[in-house]
Design a protein around this ligand. Sequence first.
Ligand SMILES: O=c1[nH]cnc2c1ncn2[C@H]1C[C@H](O)[C@@H](CO)O1
Ligand SMILES: [Zn+2]
Length: 364
Amino acid sequence: MPDNPPLTLENIREVPKVLLHDHLDGGLRPDTVVELADAIGYRNLPTTDVPELSRWFREAADSGSLESYLETFAHTCGVMQTEEALVRVAAECAEDLAADGVVYAEVRYAPELFVERGLTLDAVVEAVQAGFDEGTRRVAERGRNIRIGTLLCAMRQHARATEIADVAVRYRDAGVAGFDIAGPEAGFPPTRNLDAFEYLRTNNAHFTIHAGEAFGLPSIWEAIQHCGAERLGHGVSIVDDIKSDADGTVHLGRLAAYVRDRRIPLEMCPSSNVQTGAVRSIAEHPIGLLARLRFRVTVNTDNRLMSGCTVSSEFAALAREFGYGWDDVRWFTLNAMKSAFLDFDRRLDLINNVIKPGYAHLTN
Ligand SMILES: O=c1[nH]cnc2c1ncn2[C@H]1C[C@H](O)[C@@H](CO)O1
Ligand SMILES: [Zn+2]
């Protein structure tokens, strides 16, 4: 790349990036969905035409509500019920992220969603790990490097959080980096799972919580102060605790100040938020204000299939709307690397030996 090239999608793909919030069951290749449905005998796909299916996922997810957005996952989870399917999906995920220039990713999934045909939770975790190992190996053969950790999600609407937390701790040395709570937010406050969070904290395990996406400040407050979340999935509604005067002076409420002062990472997913109706447009996304105020903001995909996005395309969209340059992309990337559920020495190694050199020739 020449010095100071424009922030086009192609150029952004070339620089090292870090992804903290990406759902395995929201990132399948559309052709893989069709092939797995055929292999497994899953008959409920809305169409088996690949381009049409690809469009269907994006349009159905473009629903304006988190609840209807989440309905699209019935089809991806429906085809992920065997070890072979899980291995394939995870391996392809590693390849797709590496092809987008991601050097470190935490990919999350809910093991309890893949047990319809008799797999145990442990078998699910082992199959996904085998897939990531295979994908990482294939990527290395092509001369690239990616490191992937997994986050195990418990679904808010089910009552299996303690079981999943136990699996996350047992597999912490075998690829599982942490834990998360996902699913519909309204009516399912994170405090329903206090015993799971206490178990994780007692075991010095890491966890993030989806909060402040479809529900307001109380869910963020509970996630941090009652549950002890280290990071926030989305966290967009933290802006409800920030007031701006007509002259541009900004006032942070106590919770917003706490989140900023403690450097609590926000895993922001702009396109997903537009689809679920959490924000009206990328241009109006609070990420602009929060980044300006130097919150610990990170840029993520959430669900690449449902949003038709990649980390690079999210950065390209943000650069278009907010005028970001390379320094900003580097800042978001360093924020993400600092916030990873990965040992400090490995984070430092990636920062000093991969990320900083990857941006060294680019200034703004
Ligand atoms: O943005 C989201 N909010 C809450 N839950 C979500 C989001 N994206 C995906 N999920 C759910 C659907 C998946 O089946 C589950 C585990 O990956 O997490
Ligand atoms: Zn999510």
